[in-house]
Design a protein around this ligand. Structure first.
Ligand code: GLY
Length: 295
């Protein structure tokens, strides 16, 4: 039995050597849990560390939209006591997960776009518009892989096949996610992303959608990374949650959920319950996990 613990992923498709960033985030969160802080505090702190790392597609490492200049980010937090906060397509902040946490403490559950940014500014979150070198290079790579015609086509309009099939190798979807369990037995999840690429300005993925990119309940916490459109179609986080709630092991549940997806889709899932931790992914996914076992 797990007494308390935390697990972190750095996004499906992210290089395995980025695991050091996941370990750093995990250590920061685990220290908070050891000190008796809530799973929510711990999950948010780990997500903030990953947002600030710059190598992951979240916060300061967020990818660019198809126009080559816009960064719009999604983030969400949830705990097993029913608290939820999300930001959708927020621009110009360094740590969307901290704004999502602030939304959780507001009368609302989710804030989007300009309103979310105004909300953040009122709370003192200053402007941040830097684009990481990695994100800029990723944009150029996507552009060249798509080919000029496809790229201009995508800029005008996006069809189902373009976003969920066909040119899969050109996509990047490496969201970050954290699941945590505290000493009081409360679960929490935090997720943050710059989105998938290529994507239109205004596109929203699964990361801020409850039950799709994230879910936490009395039986566990689930974080999903991968192509948001497919995760939304399957309500993937809640699907995995229901499996663990029925008694299937965390790892088996993650693996079974991957089996529900079309074969070309990249997806990764982490799940934490009081019994076990599990993960599964279609490609490499940097991860870290620390837990204290009940004697
Ligand atoms: N999973 C991140 C996204 O699709 O936006």
């Amino acid at each position: 039995m797990i007494s308390y613990g935390v697990a972190v992923h750095g996004g499906v498709g992210s290089p395995a050597e980025f695991s050091d960033g996941c370990r750093t985030a995990c250590e920061a969160a685990f220290q908070l849990l050891e000190a008796g802080k809530s799973a929510l505090d711990a999950a948010v702190e780990a997500a903030r560390v990953l947002e600030d790392d710059g190598r992951f597609n979240a916060g300061s490492g967020s990818v660019l939209r198809i126009d080559g200049k816009t960064v719009e980010m999604d983030a969400a937090v949830m705990d097993s006591e029913g608290h939820i906060g999300a930001v959708i397509n927020i621009r110009g902040v360094k740590n969307p997960v901290l704004v999502a946490r602030a939304v959780l403490g507001s009368p609302h559950v989710a804030m989007a776009g300009r309103g979310a940014q105004a909300f953040a500014r009122r709370l003192g979150f200053g402007p941040y518009y830097e684009v990481s070198e990695r994100a800029a290079a990723n944009y150029e790579r996507i552009k060249s892989r798509m080919g000029k015609e496809d790229f201009h086509f995508f800029r005008q309009w996006v069809g189902e096949q373009k976003i969920s099939g066909g040119k899969g190798k050109a996509k990047r979807t490496d969201t970050i996610g954290v699941v945590a369990l505290d000493k009081k037995g409360v679960f929490s999840v935090a997720s943050s992303t710059g989105g998938a690429s290529p994507m239109l300005v205004g596109r929203v993925g699964d990361t801020p959608m409850v039950g799709c990119g994230f879910y936490a309940g009395p039986e566990g916490a689930i974080a999903v990374t991968g192509l948001g459109e497919e995760s939304i179609r399957k309500m993937l986080a809640k699907t995995v949650y229901d499996m663990v709630a029925e008694g299937m092991g965390a790892r088996a549940s993650c693996e079974k959920a991957l089996g529900l997806l079309p074969q070309h889709v990249d997806m990764g899932i982490i799940a934490l319950t009081k019994n076990d931790y599990g993960a599964a992914s279609t490609r490499k996914m940097p991860m870290a996990q620390y837990s204290a076992i009940r004697p």
